[in-house]
Design a protein around this ligand. Sequence first.
Ligand code: ADP
Length: 494
Amino acid sequence: MTAVSSQPKIAKPKVVDQLMLIDGKWCHSVSGKMFDTVNPATGQVICRVAEGDKEDINLAVAAARRAFETGPWSTMSAAERGRILYRLADLIEKNMLELAALESLDNGKPLADALAADLPLVIKCYRYYAGWADKNHGKTIPVEGDFFCYTRHEPVGVVGQIIPWNFPLLMQAWKWAPALATGCTMVLKPAEQTPLSALAVAKLAHEAGIPHGVINVVPGFGPTAGAALTSHMDVDKIAFTGETTTGQLIMEGAARSNLKRVTLELGGKSPNIVFSDADIDDAVEGSWFGLFFNQGQCCCAGSRLYVEDKVHDQFVEKMLAKVKAQKMGDPFDQGVTQGPQVSAGQRDRIMGFIDSGKAEGAHLLSGGGRPQGPGYFIEPTVFTGVEDHMRIAKYEIFGPVMNILKFKDADEVIRRGNNNFFGLAAAVWTRDINKALKVSNQLRAGTVWVNCYDVFDAAAPFGGFKMSGLGRELGEYALQNYTEVKTVYMALGK
Ligand code: ADP
């Protein structure tokens, strides 16, 4: 991902109250309840959104089941599904500015970042899976005896999808694109903090020709709408991105109901390792981006920054200059590189981590405070002298808080890097190819970046080892999440 600092001038969108989408109709919730969605840069309400609960989930799942069983989505030619997905990608591209503005308004990310990073990845994701629609085929298998044996890759059925607030459009694309390509039907619950862009893409999906009932969007809260989707007896699969503790509840709900298939993309505490033979300027730039991008609200943030002792002081000095140049402010203002955190709750949680860093003896080099005025802003913060046992080095902070730890050699840093219950991502900075290979092979993480950070492509899988998740999103691997393999034996000569 790359971010830019200039952007076209776009007015903040004016948004009317939003309904939910069930069976192709925009409707109020059964209870009639609405909830506020808030602009995190000001704390002001943007609009109200229909609040789904169990009854709405039941209606949405019934619609998705009908659409799955009666078609035409699951029964049309795979190539036609692909063509419709390409149309959706084109429509998102055509409406890119409006979608980026809506995302910035609801989430607080700098508009320039939404335009440079989120939207291009979203469009690429839909196009990538549009291409897969008619290429995900089975095998013929030379079994013993007079049988013709082959496999079919069939859609898994009705899929429940629960997404977080940090990359709402992108997480929707990661969930919808492979599910649509394989012919599934779905019910999406966006995060309660950021429901707007999911609803906007749902409108475009209809315009693209996705039939009624194939996609349903039920905004609402986790313990109500989310839990109802997770434990629904007629949902075949649940795909979730969010916190590890929520992932555990999802798996439990899936197990206790109908053993629906589960994929989870959860938290991380990713080691980012800088050796003394690295290009230090590149390492500073990449490590800055790897932590502060998206206000630090990335599951793969390089939040344990290990720097070899020989270059530690030089690295820290350069990093400090970079962090001091950060421009915090309204996401719609030119040149802003850091917006607010998504909510007051998140801001307070991060401030708790900053307090614990101070209390446990880490050295607060920069930031650590909250600016005066409205919005959920936190100063870009850097701790040095961090030790592995401290809370800020063990748990996911999900905010603009950089922790710098010193190390001496490769074996030591591999051991320390792996000494965490997460295993989502890692990075290593070195000019020595042998060191790069040794460290990247031995780190227990789903993605390892060498001399780069936060590189994403729809074609390459992403997901976690250990408590960072289950399964892989993106790439060919993600097709398996949304398909069942059927084996057919046919007796020959009868
Ligand atoms: P965060 O605390 O960062 O918001 P969560 O894991 O709580 O992360 O949220 C990610 C998504 O999971 C959101 O859409 C949220 O509504 C949903 N969610 C939260 N709790 C539950 C739950 N008990 N069951 C199902 N979904 C949930």
